[in-house]
Design a protein around this ligand. Structure first.
Ligand SMILES: *[C@@H]1O[C@H](CO)[C@@H](O)[C@H](O)[C@H]1NC(C)=O
Ligand SMILES: *[C@@H]1O[C@H](CO)[C@@H](O)[C@H](O)[C@H]1NC(C)=O
Ligand SMILES: *[C@@H]1O[C@H](CO)[C@@H](O)[C@H](O)[C@H]1NC(C)=O
Ligand SMILES: *[C@@H]1O[C@H](CO)[C@@H](O)[C@H](O)[C@H]1NC(C)=O
Ligand SMILES: *[C@@H]1O[C@H](CO)[C@@H](O)[C@H](O)[C@H]1NC(C)=O
Ligand SMILES: *[C@@H]1O[C@H](CO)[C@@H](O)[C@H](O)[C@H]1NC(C)=O
Ligand SMILES: *[C@@H]1O[C@H](CO)[C@@H](O)[C@H](O)[C@H]1NC(C)=O
Ligand SMILES: *[C@@H]1O[C@H](CO)[C@@H](O)[C@H](O)[C@H]1NC(C)=O
Ligand SMILES: *[C@@H]1O[C@H](CO)[C@@H](O)[C@H](O)[C@H]1NC(C)=O
Ligand SMILES: CC(=O)N[C@H]1CO[C@H](CO)[C@@H](O)[C@@H]1O
Length: 809
């Protein structure tokens, strides 16, 4: 064989290995666990929703999940981003599902694909496209042929697309599980018998897709075999699947809670979430998924101490995977809600000791040793002798973020703004729109959700002797949108918005410019997203539901003129957003912006524009929109979201006490941020930015002042830890070198982060010198917290020594 033949052969072999990726992975299961290529596995997964970040961010987010000890990434599939118009598909940019799965594969992780296609997902309309709602004869999420045809069409489309790329495990890809429907049990009673038929149909339709990996349904008590029903919730240790052949899986372990406009800031502690996970594995769980691991349009810094505390838990759970998935289980219930669980396999044992009492710490004697198990915590003893982890003892750093103002723009102390007004004079004066009806149109039906905004306009003729003519005239509008603006004869009467958590409200204002003859009433309805959850949630009306009344007085009597069945003319969207595209650099109306005169502030329906240099470095960039009212923001023509800093939460309901992790968590526990807006900082992904000449455009609906708006970078400024002897502490500045060690003490240090003090005893070696030597200049350093590292301690009262440290990044 000559040389050329060999090269040719090699080339062919390469070709073969490229076009036929890795061997198939066999994913099966029994009642205990998933079985991957014949081996039982525990699965530690985290949710990352691809359209919530940019493709440029995905590799780093997934890498951090992997470094945190996860082996799987879970995502929903979002129907309304992929099929925004019926049979017109979009898989570009942030919607590139295939690229996302390949990034997961490249990182060496498994994937869970929750196709739904109902997603909920704290996502607009739960993931359904609004055109679906507008199909004649449709009823969503039930045994309705129009809906089932569309659901099957989309599910098949996604499955085929994924199959074409060989991404199911059965084809050598990373996807080990797929989900059909989502949390349907919570709503099944709203659909009666048709709901049960629908669940069976979903199961058959899914199985017929032949994907070669198991299908799951979450929150589905009666999931038809072979579909595995799984648990979602704050805790899942009491969950049992509906079939002995289904392993115990937790598809949504709520790591926290979402924010809502006007709401308080929720917080779930590291101690409580790790307690919930440890309890789940203690009680036989084998697959669990953090929902969410990466939230919203995120900033990339690690959330510490949650990340570090869970990383240690993941590492311990992986180390005892065999005994957890093959071992025999013995459970001992002791006094006061203490449970000892022993897993034994091949003569080796691992133990969990849980204390579910929320107030009382326990000392548990087990195997001749005493273990102190704090209230509401779980200890893990991989050898049943030594405690290697306790969920309430956090041995991870707490990172404290710093915000740096944008140095690139320092030559000008603040941003220079140009502005223009939204044009709607013609609409509010003449009341003429694109189409007219003799009733109030439902907003989704009118817009297909192509815009947040819908105008409703009508005219009303008033004579001098009209029955309602009076000095005290009012307009009253019942609406199911989030905001209503009212204009009478071209003048603004006022605006009003729904309270937190409410869709319906009644707008009522005095009107003093009605005149004899024809009057034009123009109402602008705005939503900030469509409902995503509940039985028949998709049918909840949006927009002006009516009545629309003019109220007057005759004597003491109130007289009402109902305008609801007048001819109403509608116009979709706001001109600046939906037609002129003032946010875009390619807008044909760039010459409309003004720079001379005073910057208008606190005026409604105003556009602002500025240019800025990108902050140098790689730290995440945010724009702080403090001072603005409500509106939308774009950077270089790309939306960075809706904003609403003028919507502040109640002053009441936040506790001044530090958050107590003990006891059952729910989203009303440990809330903060009273009297403040829920969000003022908006992430601007680096991939949106050029070095110079970037544009920020704001559309301000309510009135605000952009003079405080500024760009900042966020990074870890310092980090503190207060860890126990016997642990290895990992210190990190999140990709940047540690620059100094401000405090370090081994023994019984006092105080809190920022104000640590030495206690009464100390290790013989100088802890600060040791740390400085080991950590400064490093991106990550590991510290073994022991007398071996820090020297023998003298006169320490505490049996277990602690180590407190503050590093500067
Ligand atoms: C996959 O693994 C399961 C359990 O180990 C086994 O029963 C099944 O035959 C395997 N399937 C294939 C296609 O190899
Ligand atoms: C979806 O429906 C269209 C017709 O509207 C059809 O052409 C297409 O083949 C269907 N796709 C699948 C995957 O069933
Ligand atoms: C928790 O402990 C306290 C004090 O020992 C006891 O009164 C209470 O009944 C315990 N609660 C549970 C649920 O075990
Ligand atoms: C149990 O031990 C035997 C002998 O060492 C070994 O072959 C087998 O793989 C072990 N089984 C498990 C589940 O660890
Ligand atoms: C476990 O221990 C027993 C008793 O010492 C012994 O008979 C047995 O062979 C051991 N099994 C394994 C798998 O090591
Ligand atoms: C465990 O605690 C009990 C009660 O406090 C004590 O009597 C016993 O000596 C302790 N055992 C060990 C091994 O420390
Ligand atoms: C909404 O979608 C339906 C169905 O695809 C279509 O017939 C209608 O023209 C759309 N309306 C608007 C305003 O986009
Ligand atoms: C309209 O709002 C008023 C005031 O809140 C309320 O009393 C009335 O029931 C509402 N009407 C409808 C049809 O919802
Ligand atoms: C809002 O009002 C509509 C009818 O006008 C009703 O169907 C819907 O249930 C109401 N929604 C809420 C959240 O009260
Ligand atoms: C399965 C489960 O735990 N579901 C819970 C999820 O959380 C909500 C809100 O706290 C509870 O109402 C559910 O019972």
């Amino acid at each position: 064989m000559n040389y050329h033949v060999i090269t040719l052969l090699l080339a062919i072999i390469n070709l073969i290995s490229v076009s036929h990726p890795t061997l198939a992975t066999n994913v099966s299961h029994d009642g205990r666990s998933l079985i991957i290529n014949g081996e039982r596995k525990i699965i530690l997964s985290g949710a990352i929703h691809y359209p919530r970040s940019t493709p440029e961010m995905w590799p780093d987010l997934i890498k951090k999940a992997k470094q945190g000890g996860l082996d799987t990434i879970e995502t929903y599939v979002f129907w309304n981003v992929h099929e925004p118009i019926r049979r017109q598909y979009d898989f570009t940019g942030r919607n590139d599902l295939i690229r996302f799965i390949k990034v997961i594969q490249d990182a060496g992780l498994y994937a869970i694909l929750r196709i739904g296609p109902y997603a909920c997902a704290e996502w607009n309309y739960g993931g359904f496209p609004v055109w679906l709602h507008n199909l004649p004869g449709i009823e969503m999420r039930t045994a309705n042929n129009v809906f089932m045809d569309e659901m099957q069409n989309f599910t098949t489309f996604i499955v085929n697309k994924v199959k074409e790329e060989n991404l199911f495990a059965s084809q050598g890809g990373p996807i080990i599980l797929a989900q059909i429907e989502n949390e349907y049990d919570n709503v099944i009673s709203s659909y009666g018998d048709a709901g049960k038929l629908y669940v069976n149909w979903c199961a058959n339709m899914a199985v017929s897709q032949n994907i070669g990996v198991p299908w799951i349904m979450c929150l589905q008590k009666e999931a038809p075999q072979p579909i595995i029903n799984t648990c979602n919730g704050w805790y899942c240790h009491d969950f049992t699947p509906n079939n002995p052949n289904s392993p115990k899986m937790w598809t949504e372990n709520w790591t926290g809670w979402f924010k809502n406009w006007g709401g308080k800031l929720p917080h779930r502690t590291a101690e409580d979430i790790s307690y919930a996970v440890a309890r789940f594995f203690q009680t036989g769980g084998t697959v669990q998924n953090y929902y969410m691991f990466v939230t919203g349009f995120v900033i990339r810094n690690l959330n510490q101490p949650k990340w570090g505390h869970l990383k240690q838990l993941h590492s311990i759970l992986h180390s005892i995977e065999k005994v957890l998935t093959y071992g025999d289980v013995v459970t001992n219930d002791m006094d006061n809600s203490v449970t000892v669980t022993i897993y034994t396999n091949n003569n080796s044992s691992s133990c969990f000791i849980s204390n579910a009492n929320s107030t009382s710490d326990a000392t548990v004697t087990w195997g001749g040793h005493n273990f102190s198990v704090p209230a509401w915590s779980v200890s893990i003893l991989p050898d049943c002798k030594n405690e290697m982890y306790n969920t309430a003892k956090v041995n991870a750093q707490t990172s404290i973020m710093t915000r740096k103002s944008n140095e690139a723009n320092q030559e000008s102390s603040s941003l220079k703004w140009s502005w223009t007004k939204e044009k709607f004079n013609k609409i509010v004066k003449h009341g003429k729109g694109q189409f007219a009806k003799d009733f109030l149109l439902e907003q989704k039906a009118a817009t297909n959700d192509t815009s947040d905004y819908l105008w409703y306009m009508t005219s009303v003729n008033l004579d001098a002797d009209d029955i309602i003519w009076s000095d005290d005239m009012r307009i009253c509008v019942n609406t199911s949108a989030h905001v209503l603006h009212a204009y009478v004869n071209g003048h603004e009467i006022g605006y009003q918005y729904a309270k937190e958590d409410s869709f319906n409200f009644t707008f009522e204002r005095k009107v003093n410019n009605l005149k004899k003859g024809t009057n034009v009433i123009a109402l602008l309805s705005a939503t900030v997203g469509l409902k995503n959850y509940g039985g028949h949630y998709d049918m909840v009306p949006n927009g002006i539901t009516g009545p629309v009344n003019l109220l007057g007085k005759r004597g003491d009597e109130t007289v009402i003129k109902d305008l609801s069945s007048h001819v109403w003319s509608n116009s979709i969207g706001l001109r600046g957003i939906d037609h002129d595209m003032l946010f875009s650099e390619r807008s044909r109306y760039v010459n409309r912006w003004k720079t001379s005169g005073n910057l208008p502030i606190n005026t409604q329906m105003t556009w602002y524009k500025t240019t800025f240099k990108a902050p140098s470095g790689n730290d995440p960039v945010v724009v702080d929109l403090t001072g603005m009212g409500k509106g939308m923001a774009w950077v270089n023509g790309m939306s960075i979201g809706r904003y609403w800093p003028s919507f502040v939460t109640d002053e009441d309901g936040c506790s001044l006490e530090p958050c107590d992790y003990r006891g059952k968590y729910d989203n009303n526990k440990c809330v903060s941020n009273c009297g403040k807006p829920i969000q003022t900082e908006y992430h601007v992904p680096r991939s949106f930015l050029k070095d110079d000449g970037n544009t920020l455009v704001l559309f301000e609906e309510f009135g605000g002042n952009p003079s405080q708006v500024n760009f900042k970078t966020i990074s870890v400024g310092k980090a503190c830890a207060n860890a126990y002897e016997g642990n290895t502490l990992e210190l990190t500045c999140d990709g940047r070198p540690i620059s100094a060690v401000k405090f370090a003490s081994f023994g019984d240090p006092l105080g809190v982060c920022g104000a640590f003090k030495k206690g009464f005893c100390e290790g013989a070696n100088n802890a600060q010198d040791i740390l400085t030597k080991v950590c400064v200049g490093q991106e990550t350093c590991l510290v073994d917290i022991s007398e071996k590292t820090f020297g023998a301690t003298l006169g320490c009262e505490a049996k277990v020594k602690r180590f407190a440290v503050e590093i500067v990044c």
